[in-house]
Design a protein around this ligand. Structure first.
Ligand SMILES: C[S@@+](CC[C@H](N)C(=O)[O-])C[C@H]1O[C@@H](n2cnc3c(N)ncnc32)[C@H](O)[C@@H]1O
Length: 237
């Protein structure tokens, strides 16, 4: 896990009312990590989902790189018709997702699975081809190596149903250019921390999508200079 991110989460947990209140019984709650960014962006992302995803028929969703589990719980409450599968590569995050799941007792959130998105989809915990209506990936591409971005599009192209939706969220570059300056600075700080990290270019993502049967249909402006990218699967690849 990104240590800086983990430390921020731990501080948040340690300083939270949960920690003070639960004392001996805090074990589960202390596993419930908190990412401030997830708290801030979960409602804007949910608004995008609500205007584009059906709420009146059963659907199957996979979240790739679920992080703490805050998003999947928030989305699952708003979409009881969707069976949500959270996933992560980091053991601490998997524990956090499971702790949130136990705490909220939502029937429509499955236990988290280990999923390394840089691996071929055949190694994604047995998820079957064309089994998902919706795949969500938030704030991962810029904070992981390019192999994760490539693995994401390769895998999603396989496991999404025809007409299924891939939603990605984060800051992006456009035609080699990053705006505003705060995103330029963020990109520099990411590359300083890890030369393989950095904002991904939407032009590249569009091409990667096309190569995997995914059509970039919409780019939605989001708060704090982020975007939602909405890809639809055209056909069987
Ligand atoms: C900035 S966090 C975002 C987490 C969460 N989506 C959110 O928005 O709060 C980036 C996440 O990418 C995950 N990640 C990094 N490499 C990965 C990989 N190879 N496969 C799956 N997830 C990965 C990390 O474990 C981490 O949870």
């Amino acid at each position: 896990m990104d240590l800086f991110w983990a430390f921020a989460q731990f501080r948040k947990c340690f300083g939270s009312p949960y920690f003070a209140a639960c004392k001996g019984t805090c074990r589960r709650m202390c596993k419930m990590l908190n990412a401030a960014a997830a708290d801030r962006n979960k409602d804007p992302i949910l608004a995008v989902l609500k205007s584009r995803v059906a709420s009146d028929r059963p659907l199957v969703a996979l979240e790739i790189s679920s992080g703490t589990g805050q998003h999947v719980i928030h989305f699952a409450k708003a979409f009881p018709n969707i069976s949500w599968q959270p996933s992560e590569i980091e053991a601490q995050s998997i524990s956090s997702i499971e702790a949130y799941r136990e705490y909220h007792k939502l029937q429509n959130v499955k236990p988290p699975i280990y999923l390394d998105v840089s691996q071929s989809w055949e190694n994604w915990a047995g998820i079957q081809p064309e089994s998902c209506d919706l795949i969500v990936n938030i704030n991962m591409m810029h904070i992981s190596p390019p192999t994760c971005t490539m693995g994401l599009f390769n895998g999603v192209g396989k496991i999404l149903k025809p007409q299924g939706l891939l939603l990605t969220y984060g800051p992006y570059a456009f035609n080699g250019s990053i705006t505003p300056q705060s995103n330029v600075d963020f990109d520099h700080s990411l590359r300083y921390r890890n030369p393989e990290w950095g904002l991904r270019d939407v032009t590249l993502l569009k091409t990667l999508g096309q190569e995997n049967g995914l059509r970039l249909e919409e780019i939605v402006d989001m708060p704090a200079n982020n975007k939602c990218l909405l890809f639809h699967k055209d056909s069987v690849v």
